[in-house]
Design a protein around this ligand. Structure first.
Ligand code: ADP
Ligand code: MG
Length: 696
C-alpha cells in the first residue's frame, strides 16, 4: 500500500471494515475521515483486564475468565427459543456462557478454541454461568496469543448510535490506531511538553482508546485535554496580539468634562466604580486599544461607569456608541443618559430598528457629521448605513445577549480599532471567563451602591394561589409596586403570551382597587412606553410583563417581583429579574412560583433563597446546566470540546492558557516551524468564528 492511502484525511468509508453503508452511520457521529475517527474518544473505560481463575469468581459480580471450550451445543426450548451453551474450562474449574437465539455461537466457539468471557456471573443449580457474555478469541488463527480488544484489558466504551456495535467499532478503531496513528504528527514544542509534563501525542491518542493501564489513561487524557484548551487559548493569544500590535486611539486627557460630570451626579461613585473607571483610564492612555469586560452584579451601577468612559472619549474628539439588546433598555438609557449629560454640552442620540424614515435619517446624519457624540442603540447600530464620524469607544451592554460577531461588527465601524468596553451582569465564574474572554481584560464592580436592603426571597408552589394573592394584597396595602413576570422564552411563543395577557385580566379583576398594565415584546413601542412610564410614575400598581423587562430596567421604587413558572428560567436569569427590585429604600420581595411536578425545579429555586450573590448563583447555574446551556444559544464564543470540560478541568485550562500566551509572545526563532504548524491548525479550527483569517 502507498503512503497516500494511509493519510489521516482518508475518507472513512475506505477504512478497513467500514464501507459506504457503515460510513453513513459514522457520519452521524461526526466521523468523516480517519482524523475524526482517531479523535472520537470513548465515553468510559471498563476494566476487564483482571482474568480470574474460574474457582475464584463471585456470583453477582462482573468478571473476566479465560479457558478452552470443552462443549458447545444449542437446544430448542419452548417454541422458537434456542439456547446456545458454551462451557469453558481452566485449571481451576468450569463456567458456561449462554446465548438466546444466536445458534451461530456454537460454530464460532467450537470445542478446543481458547476464549475469554466477560460478564455478570450467576450460579444456576450449582453451575456457574454468564448470560450473553462479551467474548473474544484468545488466540489468532496461528495459535498465537492475541492482542484482544473486547476483553482481557481495559476496554473502551464508545458513545454510539443504533446499528453500530461496540465490537464492530472497537475493531475498526483498533485497526486505525495500529495503521494510521503513525501519520499523526507531533505539533507541540518540546519545551511545552517538558514544562507541563505532557506525554507524546501518538502515545496519548493510542492510550485514550486502548490504555495499557489506568495511569497511562490518565496521562493520555491530560495530554488531549491540554491540547484542546491550548488551541483555544492560542486563538485568543493570537487575536490579542493583533489587537495589541495595533495602535490604539490615545485618549490623553480626561479632565475637562469628566470631573464636572461626576460632580453633577446625585450620588458619589462607589469605591468599586472608581477603581474600574481608573482601570479604563489607564487603558485609554496606554496607546493600545482597550479590550475590557466589566462584570458587575445587577444594580452595581455599570451604566455610569460606561457613561464616564464615553465622556472621556468625547472630550478627546471621538464618538462613543452604546449597544444594548432591547429597545426598552435603549430608551431607558437614552432618557437617563441625556438627563445626566444636561449642561455638559455633549449630545446623545438614539437609534432603533423600527424608526420612521425621517427621524432615522436625522439621527444617521448626526452620527455621520459628528454632531451626535454618544449614540445609544440596539442591533440597529451595526447596520450598513450607519456611518460614524469618528467612533473611538464601543460599549456593549448586557453583552451575554450578543454574539461574538455582532461585537466585531460594531468594532469595525470604528476609526482604526476603537476601544471596546463590554459589560455584563451575568457574572461569569472565573473558569468560564478565562475560556470565553481569554483575550480580554476583566474589571469587576464588586460592591453595590450604599443603602440597598437584601431582598426577601420566597418559593411558592404553583397551587398556592390563595397564599400568593393574599401576599400580593398585603404588599399593595403597603403601597408597593409589583412586577409579575411570565416566561416567554421565545418572542414567538404565542401560547405563553396568551397566558400573560389573560393573567393580567385576571389580576385586574382580583385587585379591582388597583391599577394594572401589561408589557410584552409584541406591543407597539408607544404602548409599551406608556405602560412603563405610568409604572415609573406610580400610576400603575402591578405591571404584568414577559421577560422583556429582564435586562437593565431600572425603576427604583418597584419593590416586589413575582415570577411565575420560575422553574422554566435559568438561575442567572432569575437573578437578573430579581435584580429589578431592591433598588429603593423599601423592603423588597421576590416570590418564585414554581411547579412542584418538575424534576429538580423547585429544589433549584432554593439556591435563590439561599444567596443573593450573583457569582455564587452563576456557579450553581453552571454546575446544574453545564457550560453549553449556561452560555445560552446566543453565545457562540465557546468551542466544542471532545474530551475537555471547562469546569472539571479548570486547572489544566489555566496551565494551557499560560502556555499558549507565552508561546505566542515568545519570538525566538527556534520554535518558528512549530509556530507555523500550530497557526495552520488554529486557523482551520477557529478561523471563521474567531475572525482570525488574516492573522499571519
Ligand atoms: P447595572 O449595573 O445593573 O447596569 P445601573 O447602572 O442601572 O446598574 O444602576 C442601578 C441604579 O443604581 C441606578 O438607579 C443608578 O442611578 C444607581 N446608582 C449607580 N451608581 C450609584 C452610586 N454610586 N450610588 C447610588 N446609586 C447609584
Ligand atoms: Mg445595566
Amino acid at each position: 500500500m502507498t503512503m497516500e492511502q494511509f493519510s489521516l484525511d482518508r475518507e472513512i468509508q475506505y477504512v478497513k471494515g467500514v464501507g459506504p453503508e457503515r460510513a453513513k452511520l459514522f457520519s452521524k457521529l461526526g466521523i468523516t475521515n480517519v482524523a475524526s475517527l482517531l479523535y472520537y474518544f470513548p465515553r468510559e473505560w471498563v476494566d476487564r483486564s483482571n482474568i480470574k481463575p474460574i474457582i475464584k469468581v463471585s456470583p453477582g459480580a462482573l468478571e473476566t475468565v479465560s479457558g478452552i471450550v470443552i462443549s458447545s451445543a444449542t437446544r430448542q426450548v419452548r417454541g422458537s427459543l434456542k439456547i446456545t451453551s458454551v462451557t469453558i474450562k481452566d485449571k481451576s474449574g468450569f463456567i458456561t456462557g449462554t446465548w438466546f437465539n444466536q445458534p451461530f455461537m456454537e460454530k464460532l466457539l467450537k470445542k478446543g478454541v481458547s476464549v475469554i468471557f466477560y460478564g455478570k456471573v450467576e450460579s444456576y443449580r450449582g453451575m456457574l454461568q454468564i448470560g450473553n457474555p462479551e467474548y473474544e478469541l484468545a488466540e489468532d488463527d496461528d495459535g498465537e496469543a492475541k492482542d484482544t480488544i473486547n476483553v482481557n484489558r481495559i476496554v473502551p466504551i464508545y458513545p454510539l448510535t443504533e446499528r453500530l456495535s461496540q465490537k464492530q467499532f472497537r475493531k475498526i478503531m483498533k485497526y486505525s490506531v495500529d495503521n494510521y496513528l503513525e501519520h499523526l504528527n507531533e505539533y507541540m514544542p518540546d519545551e511545552v511538553k517538558e514544562r507541563y509534563g505532557l506525554i507524546e501525542l501518538k502515545t496519548a491518542v493510542y492510550n485514550a482508546h486502548y490504555p495499557s493501564d489506568f495511569k497511562t489513561l490518565e496521562e493520555s487524557k491530560r495530554r488531549i485535554i491540554f491540547d484542546e484548551f491550548f488551541f483555544m487559548q492560542l486563538a485568543f493569544a493570537m487575536r490579542r496580539k493583533r489587537v495589541k500590535d495595533e495602535p490604539g486611539i490615545l485618549f490623553a486627557k480626561d479632565g475637562k468634562l469628566l470631573d464636572p460630570f461626576i460632580l453633577s451626579l446625585p450620588f458619589t461613585l462607589t469605591a468599586a466604580q472608581k477603581r474600574v473607571l481608573g482601570e479604563i483610564k489607564a487603558d485609554f492612555t496606554s496607546g493600545k486599544p482597550m479590550n475590557r469586560l466589566v462584570q458587575g452584579d445587577v444594580g452595581s451601577g455599570k451604566t455610569i461607569v460606561a457613561l464616564a468612559a464615553a465622556v472621556i472619549a468625547v472630550d478627546n474628539g471621538c464618538q462613543a456608541a452604546i449597544m444594548v439588546p432591547t429597545e426598552i433598555l435603549a430608551e431607558q438609557h437614552m432618557k437617563n443618559i441625556s438627563g445626566m449629560l444636561n449642561g455638559t454640552g455633549i449630545k446623545a442620540g438614539l437609534l432603533l430598528g423600527g424608526m420612521k424614515r425621517k427621524p432615522r435619517e436625522e439621527v444617521l446624519n448626526g452620527i455621520k457629521d459628528g454632531t451626535i457624540n454618544i449614540i445609544i442603540g440596539t442591533h440597529a447600530l451595526i447596520q450598513d448605513d450607519v456611518i460614524f464620524n469618528k467612533l473611538g469607544l464601543a460599549v456593549i451592554d448586557e453583552q451575554h445577549r450578543f454574539g461574538v460577531m455582532q461585537r466585531a461588527q460594531l468594532m469595525r465601524k470604528g476609526t482604526g480599532l476603537p476601544h471596546s468596553l463590554i459589560m455584563t451582569a451575568t457574572p461569569i465564574p472565573r473558569t468560564l471567563s478565562l475560556a470565553v474572554y481569554g483575550d480580554t481584560d476583566i474589571s469587576v464592580i464588586d460592591e453595590l451602591p450604599p443603602g440597598r436592603k437584601p431582598i426577601k426571597t420566597m418559593v411558592f408552589e404553583s397551587w398556592q394561589t390563595i397564599k400568593l394573592y393574599s401576599f400580593i394584597g398585603e404588599r399593595l396595602g403597603e403601597k408597593s409596586q409589583i412586577y409579575m413576570v411570565y416566561p416567554l422564552v421565545d418572542e414567538s411563543e404565542k401560547l405563553d403570551l396568551k397566558s400573560a395577557i389573560e393573567m393580567e385580566k385576571h389580576i385586574a379583576l382580583r385587585f379591582k382597587d388597583f391599577k394594572t398594565a401589561i408589557v410584552h415584546g409584541q406591543m407597539k413601542k408607544e404602548e409599551r412606553d406608556t405602560a412603563m412610564a405610568a409604572f415609573k410614575n406610580k400610576e400603575i400598581d402591578i405591571l404584568v410583563a414577559t421577560t422583556v423587562i429582564e435586562v437593565g430596567i431600572d425603576i427604583p421604587d418597584a419593590s416586589v417581583m413575582v415570577i411565575e413558572h420560575a422553574e422554566r428560567f435559568g438561575l442567572s436569569q432569575l437573578h437578573q429579574l430579581r435584580g429589578r427590585v431592591g433598588r429603593g429604600s423599601k423592603q423588597s420581595y421576590c416570590v418564585l412560583v414554581g411547579d412542584p411536578q418538575t424534576e429538580g425545579g423547585i429544589k433549584r429555586l432554593g439556591i435563590m433563597v439561599e444567596t443573593q450573590d450573583g457569582f455564587k448563583i452563576a456557579e450553581a447555574d453552571l454546575e446544574i446546566r453545564g457550560p453549553g446551556e449556561f452560555m445560552g444559544t446566543r453565545q457562540h464564543g465557546l468551542p466544542e470540546f471532545k474530551m475537555a470540560n471547562i469546569i472539571r478541568d479548570r486547572q489544566l485550562l489555566e496551565l494551557a492558557k499560560e502556555a499558549a500566551f507565552s508561546f505566542i509572545s515568545d519570538n525566538c526563532d527556534s520554535n518558528h516551524n512549530k509556530k507555523e504548524q500550530l497557526v495552520h491548525i488554529i486557523k482551520q479550527k477557529y478561523g471563521p468564528s474567531f475572525d482570525l483569517i488574516n492573522i499571519g
